[in-house]
Design a protein. Structure first.
Length: 273
């Protein structure tokens, strides 16, 4: 290759490299512009107004001052309602876990006994996950009436979809060698799943269940707003009456109980994993 030809090839290579850099630079600027447009639009839609916040903070400080000292006269009632909230979360999470295990098997591509139902199972779980427990509770208040039962159903349905998807994702990422080894002995697929797969994934499933119980205790504190019982109902009553000392006491009870349960759940999860 002559020197002139080599120089020409080198120049062409440099030109191509510059063109690629130019295209990348344009793409980068377009990406930045799209991100800026997205956030500007989001700020407008969300009606973010810092001046309103500046005006409202002194009002909030005044309300906090009115909340002191806390009103402890109804503390036994608050503790009872909080226990109701914890019970709602426990029963709802337990029901959801029981329902999630077989659904997770159906929604796991590698072990589902009915491959044709894999996508319908996943879509069904997405529907349950997409509807918040608050919305489910609101719907079932109309069906079963006011009280914690509607909250239990709301928690169970939403958690069913969320926990089953997590179980299914873990099953799909788990080695099936123990299951296949059991099947080589002549055992059926169901027997192999029960005795080979379930013991392997049980710690993760229990850890996930504890996480959702902990999460549902926090989430169910607001279900009383729609009449689903628990401490949230007393919280709403205090807000409606502008009884800030009573409201402050309820919030403190919620914080203490949730903190204790968070610590207990975290400790148990560490022991399981």
């Amino acid at each position: 290759m002559s020197q002139s030809t080599a120089s020409k090839v080198a120049l062409e290579a440099i030109e191509q490299q510059q063109n690629r850099w130019g295209a990348r630079r344009i793409l980068s600027w377009l990406t930045i512009a799209l991100i800026l447009i997205f956030y500007i639009t989001s700020l407008e839609l969300a009606q973010v107004n810092l001046s309103k916040l500046a005006i409202g903070l002194p009002k909030l400080a005044h309300w906090l001052a009115m909340a002191w000292p806390p009103n402890l006269n109804e503390l036994p009632l608050f503790l009872e309602r909080t226990a109701e909230t914890v019970a709602m979360a426990a029963i709802g999470t337990t029901l959801a876990t029981i329902l999630a295990i077989p659904m997770a098997v159906m929604a796991s591509r590698n072990i589902t006994p009915f491959p044709a139902l894999y996508y319908p199972s996943r879509w069904f779980l997405n529907v349950l996950r997409g509807i918040d427990s608050f919305v489910f509770a609101l719907l079932f208040v109309a069906a079963v009436g006011l009280g914690p039962f509607a909250g239990v159903i709301g928690i169970a349905l939403h958690t069913w979809g969320s926990a089953a998807k997590q179980f299914a994702d873990h099953i799909e990422n788990t080695s099936l060698r123990p299951l296949e080894a059991v099947e080589t002995t002549g055992a059926g697929r169901l027997t192999a799943i029960i005795f080979a797969l379930v013991p392997d994934i049980a710690p993760v499933m229990l850890s996930t269940t504890l996480f959702w119980w902990e999460f549902n205790v926090r989430a169910s504190t607001v279900l009383g707003v729609v009449g689903a019982g628990g401490i949230g109902q007393e919280l709403k009553n205090s807000m409606d009456l502008l009884d800030f000392s009573r409201l402050f006491t309820i919030i403190m009870v919620i914080l203490v109980v949730v903190t204790v349960l968070d610590q207990l759940s975290g400790w148990l999860r560490k022991k399981l994993v």
